[in-house]
Write a protein that binds this ligand. Structure first.
Ligand code: ZN
Length: 74
């Protein structure tokens, strides 16, 4: 079985990244956070992705803010 673990080193300062993986929809998201310079790297199913796109996916999959049509007072 091939190990498709993303390279866990900071692209900016080459420090080891603290890697967190979680499942987002049907994809396995991996976030690497650099403890030295706080650069964050993202992977989707082992492939590097751009953070803005990841954030867009995350926000679009979240339920919209509940809009109360009823008056707040009772
Ligand atoms: Zn770094």
């Amino acid at each position: 079985m091939a190990d498709t673990k993303p390279r866990a080193s900071c692209p900016a300062c080459s420090s080891p990244l603290a890697v967190i993986s979680f499942v987002q929809g049907s994809s396995r998201m991996t976030m690497g956070s650099c403890a030295s310079c706080h650069t964050r790297s993202w992977w989707e199913d082992g492939e590097a992705v751009d953070l803005p796109r990841v954030l867009a996916d995350l926000s679009s999959s979240r339920p919209p803010p509940s809009r109360t049509t009823k008056p707040a007072r009772r």
